[in-house]
Design a protein around this ligand. Structure first.
Ligand code: FAD
Length: 565
């Protein structure tokens, strides 16, 4: 057992992907590093995420003949962030993101592959690409973690094939869109799992991790390779500041207060404040609920934000989150994000008036932003309701409901009826059950059914670009995101204005240094990930738009700490 030291060159607060990336790079720079994590598991939201990172101009895409460039990506990011983010930070991101991932690929256990078909989210903006900037983690063998396997935050079984088999985002997309060879692919994954008798004696979970769990396991193993200590159950409370410089932190561990010295500096990587109801009410648009967030309960409560504010740190974007609609399922510790299903043909989303108010296939951030905008006008759009028919139900999933051809209503949990889903023989009956205006819903469905026939959604242009169609059903013509709602029974599910983390936080510069309200960097203090105000501003330019910057600015912060003696 290593005795706790009290002095390190760098202390990283939090153990998500950005935190561990920063710690790996700082250790490689010859610095002594400590990672402190408040919970009894490392990995944070990063561990239960998709693990995707958005890295324009990356080498994986280039090696496959992809055509991207710094300038193209800058054009796109400037358009996405609408001139609201300091260009120096945008440039730093675009310059260092490809270097960061190349570094991890060659020096650590982290392995990615390009998701060539995953389009940027804003296809209408200049510089967008139809694929090649989002990277998807390769599978990682978690037996390499030894005993540290038990301390890792485990992914939700809902992200695993049949609740236990690891599959990448590329696997999942191939199966969902029924690409050539998808059945064989699933068979291969199942066989590999079944034949791994040795590991299954230890746990039902696959030996391999995918998505965010793969990333976190690979980073944790990389820290182990470097003997970097990671203290669990160590709760950051206060900054230690001497002559205007951050020189350490106060933590509570096992009920004991401890002061830890950080000779070079502290990197805050402790997530946002999405798990703090009081801060949500203070900063986020209303109504807002901790219980709508798809992030691990209790973890990210904004202690770093408040401690830095107390010493004069500047903040930005505090009224924003990485919005995503969520569905609460009884018995599950957190709600589920509804990322893909809104684009499937035959499901629409309406407000209490029975009216559509957004392109259902829009990126999740824009979707919930539209819920808030509409709610301000009518007070009836939070929650919103996703409506679909028997045909949809048979063929496609919606949140926890697997397609009825796999999991018919008779096999669904009894308590889900009227809590997770509502069901009626007529649209009118359904509308009355959920308190939606029946006439409004009737008119909307008639209109959408006409759009499905013509293939053109003249209200919201759903299915009108390659991003919408990524999750569409290519077998459905003329528009893969539109199908009539006509065949009973009819179903409804409640969508809350959820999030996958907050987006605003401490204002940082291109070196990831936290800025004081006077515009100067606070010596010794850095912030990355959701503790910092996002470099993406109020936008979500592509899949991996939160973890890509978290890791990149972790890389930048560590190198800056090493060079800035
Ligand atoms: P976290 O990963 O949450 O790490 C913060 C850590 O700090 C936690 O472990 C927490 O316990 C710890 N901590 C908090 N307070 C303290 C304290 N006082 N002292 C010590 N430790 C503390 N984003 C993407 O870019 N790509 C994706 O594919 C993607 N998929 C997602 C899928 C889902 C289902 C969800 C929920 C999110 C997804 N996201 C994705 C969003 C992404 O996971 C988060 O934005 C990201 O993980 C935030 O990283 P972070 O390092 O800021 O925080």
């Amino acid at each position: 057992q290593v005795q706790p030291q009290s002095a390190y060159d760098v202390i990283v607060v939090g153990s998500g992907a950005g935190a561990m990336a920063a710690a790996v790079v700082a250790a490689d720079q010859g610095l002594s590093v400590l990672v402190v994590e408040k919970s009894d598991k490392y990995g944070g939201t990063s561990a239960i995420s998709g693990g995707g990172i958005w890295i324009p101009n990356n080498h994986y895409f280039a090696e496959k003949g992809g055509n991207d460039s710094f300038d193209k990506a800058l054009t796109y990011l400037k358009a996405s962030t609408d001139g609201k983010i300091d260009e120096e930070r945008l440039r730093a991101y675009l310059e260092y993101a490809p270097r960061m991932i190349h570094y991890f690929e060659t020096r650590s256990r982290v392995r990615y592959a390009v998701a060539e078909k995953y389009p940027d989210y804003y296809q209408h903006l200049p510089g967008s690409l139809p694929g090649g900037r989002s990277l998807d983690p390769e599978l990682f063998d978690t037996s390499l973690l030894g005993d540290e396997y038990d301390n890792m935050r485990k992914p939700s079984p809902t992200t695993l094939l049949m609740g236990c088999i690891a599959w990448t985002a590329r696997h999942a997309h191939k199966a969902m869109s029924r690409e050539f060879g998808w059945r064989l692919m699933i068979l291969g994954l199942m066989l590999r799992y079944k034949l791994d008798f040795k590991w299954r004696r230890k746990t039902k979970m696959d030996r391999r991790a995918a998505l965010g769990a793969s990333l976190i396991a690979a980073l944790r193993r990389s820290l182990m390779d470097r003997n970097v200590p990671l203290w669990l159950n160590t709760d950051f409370r206060e900054l230690v500041v001497e002559n205007g410089r951050v020189t350490g932190i106060e933590v509570v561990q096992g009920g004991q207060k401890m002061t830890l010295q950080a000779r070079r500096g502290v990197i805050f990587a402790s997530g946002g404040f999405e798990q703090n109801q009081a801060l949500r009410e203070k900063y986020l648009p209303q109504p807002t609920q901790v219980g709508w967030s798809a992030t691990p309960p209790g973890n990210n409560t904004g202690a770093a934000l408040e401690a830095a504010q107390a010493i004069g740190a500047a903040t930005d974007l505090l009224d924003w989150a990485w919005w995503a609609p969520t569905i609460k399922v009884p018995g599950e510790e957190k709600p589920r994000g509804i990322f893909a299903e809104r684009a499937f043909p035959g499901a629409i989303v309406v407000n209490g008036l029975g009216k559509r108010f957004v392109n259902e296939a829009a990126p999740y951030l824009e979707f919930v932003d539209a819920m808030y905008r509409e709610h301000q006008k009518d007070g009836k759009s939070i929650p919103a309701w996703v409506i679909f028919d028997g045909h949809y139900r048979f063929n496609y999933a919606m949140g926890p409901l697997m397609p009825a051809q796999v999991s018919p209503d008779s096999r669904l949990r009894k308590e889900w009826l009227n809590t997770v889903y509502w069901k009626a023989d007529s649209l009118d009956g359904l509308a009355r059950q959920i308190g939606v205006d029946p006439a409004g819903l009737d008119a909307t469905v008639k209109r959408v059914n006409e759009f499905a026939r013509t293939g053109v959604d003249s209200d919201f242009a759903r299915g009108g670009n390659v991003f919408d169609r990524y999750y569409g059903d290519s077998n459905v013509k003329p528009n893969p995101c539109l199908a009539p709602i006509a065949k009973g029974p009819f179903y409804a599910m409640r969508l809350d204005a959820g999030d996958i983390g907050t987006k605003g936080g401490l204002l940082t510069n291109a070196n990831a240094q936290v800025l004081h309200e006077n515009g100067q960097p606070i010596p010794g203090l850095y912030a990355i990930g959701n503790t910092s105000a996002s470099v993406m501003g109020t936008s979500y330019p592509g899949a991996g738009g939160t973890l890509g910057p978290a890791m990149t600015f972790g890389y930048i912060a560590a190198r800056h700490l090493a060079s800035n003696v």
